[in-house]
Ligand binder design. Structure first.
Ligand SMILES: [Zn+2]
Length: 200
């Protein structure tokens, strides 16, 4: 992964930052970790298929920001899941393919400027290239619920979501902190990325 620095502890995220910025980064970090826990709980309960049916397939990824959640893939929501997750986890599951596509199209020059272009996939329809990679949970949540903190139930993908998030932090000129099962990423608005493994 480009421009990534693996650091040994989360305090390093705030090093050399202005005090106000450092404090914000720590808040984003704390939130991202709690959203990641929530994303994992939602993944587990849907994948288990006991408390609520139908069972969600294993390969799906859940992403959470604040009280909003998404499921990877398109047309992947189920009204029974939405109801159950809203009632038990206070998270509203949402999906909006048009909004995610338009967000990218509206910022395509900026994304290109920061070195990101959505990868094509073999089964993308000819008239909608990038459709598959745009369905990744990290991207959906970043548009549906723009937020400085994101939690995901699976490791973020190196090939497309990583460069996307790195570009997005620069476009927004805001830090984005993403927690996944492996650790936490700080996407700095200057293009640098720091990563720290979870304490095990
Ligand atoms: Zn991805």
């Amino acid at each position: 992964m480009q421009n990534i620095e693996v650091v040994s502890n989360v305090e390093s995220f705030a090093l050399k930052e202005e005090p106000a910025d450092a404090a914000l980064i720590m808040v984003y970090l704390k939130n991202a970790i709690s959203y990641q826990e929530k994303a994992l709980e939602i993944y587990n309960v849907l994948n288990e298929g006991k408390s609520v049916k139908p069972k969600m397939v294993k390969r799906k990824t859940i992403a959470v920001s604040d009280n909003t959640g998404v499921i990877s893939g398109w047309n992947s929501l189920n009204p029974k899941w939405n109801k159950f997750i809203a009632e038990n986890y206070n998270v509203s599951l949402e999906q909006n393919e048009t909004k995610v596509r338009e967000f990218y199209q509206n910022h395509i020059e900026k994304f290109n400027q920061y070195g990101y272009k959505t990868k094509k996939w073999d089964l993308d329809p000819q008239e909608d290239l990038g459709k598959h990679y745009r369905s990744h949970a990290e991207k959906q949540i970043s548009v549906i619920k723009p937020c400085n903190s994101i939690g995901v139930s699976r490791g973020i993908c190196e090939e497309d979501c990583y460069p996307y998030l790195r570009a997005l932090a620069q476009i927004r000129q805001q830090h984005i902190v993403v927690a996944d099962p492996n650790g936490v990423y700080l996407f700095h608005y200057n293009g640098q990325v720091k990563f720290v493994y979870h304490d095990k």
